[in-house]
Design a protein around this ligand. Structure first.
Ligand SMILES: [Ca+2]
Length: 483
């Protein structure tokens, strides 16, 4: 998807302000009009034109889907492998995309089949005829796809006694909003938004975008977030119960192609705007890659997101505490530790989910390639109260773990820096990450280099200040399960 592909086409029939499609009801263009955030709202195409298909995979038919449509009859669904006793997963693509068994939607299906083959009915939703058009038309079409999908689910309930709270939607880009429209018709069990699209969704309107009322649990991953089209393909705002911002949520490691502008060239890339688009596509699709990490391949590492004021504070190591009953952190992942559909939903998370205003911004860092998970450690140094005076300079540390060491960890205190000086009795934190586990940290080596002149204290010209450390704590942050 390229940014410059977002253009506007006027509808043939632009005198009408609403379109009515039988049981789905009417879709008014005025409802989502906004002079600033939604100046152009198009009428959605008809359900016949969009022709959404639902491809059902189960343990009995892992590779050959049963293809259903929202106008299915009782007999149609009875003749498939659908099992109403099992929870269902719906995977939905976004703008300009289609269901493809060989690409990410098929990969998600395959990973469920690999990890928990007997557990779920898995539906791949294809609305490509409504998505492979101009962006504004695709945005309008999401409302019809949402209504159709809600209708489809009603039939699962009506014909097969399926349980609506057993349904989990996984939507990428505009697919996240289709999921939220379904939730507007009927609250679903869980909704996972993978970098929900930004353009045309900047306005804080729960009717048009994800919000905590759409599902019992709404989790969102932001990887190319912004507040303007030029800033990203995704959305920056927190819209669910838990909003994860890996690497700050806007620029992902390994996705910065601008460094190729001078020097080594990327073939086929001739202009800077193409490089910007490449960056955004890479960032945006990283949400899929992070979701697709097989938790079984991660050695004690989890994507633990920590609640924090902002990403800078997180990087400074200020947020390494999960709080009581993990109230300040949560794990992002394929099966998730907070999955009401899968059944590992703690009482605390359930209570939080009931309070619809509870929104959390959670941060973690990742590596630039598979398996992405980084081992996070929070270092906290507390200086003794009896330290004679505050000090400026550099601390260099080495963590010696049972498996490997991490060297060259710097902590600096200088007048113009974030930490101006190390003060007696105060705590200082630092976040460090490693691609591989250190094991259990056994010793810490520390060296100290004084730098700076304390003008008001001429004795420092002749004697360097001494540090007196009361305590150093190392906390492993990337696994919240006790064993
Ligand atoms: Ca909503």
């Amino acid at each position: 998807m390229h940014l410059h592909q977002i253009w506007i086409l006027l509808d043939d029939n632009f005198t009408k302000t609403e379109m009515c499609y039988g049981v789905l009801g009417c879709f008014s263009i005025n409802e989502f009009f906004d002079p600033i955030y939604g100046p152009v709202t198009l009428k959605p195409q008809s359900p016949e034109d969009i022709d959404v298909t639902y491809r059902l995979y189960t343990a009995e038919n892992k590779f050959k889907p049963d293809v259903l449509r929202a106008n299915m009859t009782r007999e149609d669904i009875a003749n498939t492998h659908f099992d109403p006793m099992k929870p269902s997963k719906f995977i939905i693509h976004g703008y300009g995309d289609s269901f493809d068994d060989m690409e990410w939607m098929g990969d998600i299906k395959d990973l469920f089949m690999k990890l928990v083959p007997e557990e779920f009915n898995i539906f791949g939703v294809d609305w490509s005829k409504g998505a492979e058009t101009n962006y504004m038309q695709a945005v309008a079409n999401t409302r019809v796809v949402g209504a159709l999908t809600a209708h489809f689910i009603n039939k699962l309930v009506q014909f097969e006694n399926a349980r609506i709270d057993n349904i989990h939607f996984i939507g990428f880009n505009l697919g996240a909003y289709i999921s939220s429209y379904v939730g507007t018709y009927q609250k679903i069990g869980r909704l996972t938004g993978l970098d929900p699209a930004g353009p045309d969704f900047y306005k804080d309107n729960p009717k048009s975008r994800l919000d905590p009322t759409d599902a019992t649990y709404v989790e969102v991953l932001h990887t190319d977030g912004g507040n303007l089209i030029i800033e990203g393909l995704g959305l920056e705002d927190a819209v669910g119960h838990d909003d994860y911002y890996p690497n700050g949520g806007a620029q992902q490691p390994g996705c910065d192609f601008t460094k190729f502008i001078n020097g080594a060239s990327l073939p086929e890339v001739e202009v800077v705007s193409d490089i910007t688009s490449l960056n955004h596509i890479c960032n945006h699709q990283r949400s899929l890659q992070l979701f697709l990490v097989n938790p079984k391949t991660l050695d004690e590492c989890q994507f633990v997101g920590y609640e924090c004021k902002d990403y800078n504070d997180f990087l400074a190591g200020k947020c390494g505490d999960c709080g009581q009953d993990n109230s300040k952190c949560a794990v992002f992942g394929f099966l998730g530790n907070s999955d009401p559909v899968y059944g590992r939903f703690s009482a605390l998370q359930e209570n939080r989910a009931k309070s619809t205003n509870a929104r959390r911004k959670l941060y973690f860092k990742t590596d630039e390639s598979v398996p992405y998970c980084l081992f996070h450690y929070q270092l906290t140094i507390r200086f003794d109260r009896s330290m004679a005076r505050s000090a400026t300079g550099f601390i260099n540390m080495e963590l010696n773990g049972s498996m490997r060491n991490l060297t060259d960890i710097e902590m600096e205190a200088l007048l113009e820096k974030e930490i101006e000086s190390f003060q007696p009795g105060h705590n200082y934190t630092k976040l460090v990450t490693s691609i591989k586990s250190l094991g259990s940290v056994e010793t810490i080596k520390l060296s100290w280099k004084f730098e700076g002149v304390q003008l008001f204290d001429p004795t420092t010209l002749f004697s360097f200040p001494k540090l007196k450390i009361a305590n150093i704590e190392v906390k492993y942050m990337s696994n919240i399960d006790p064993e």
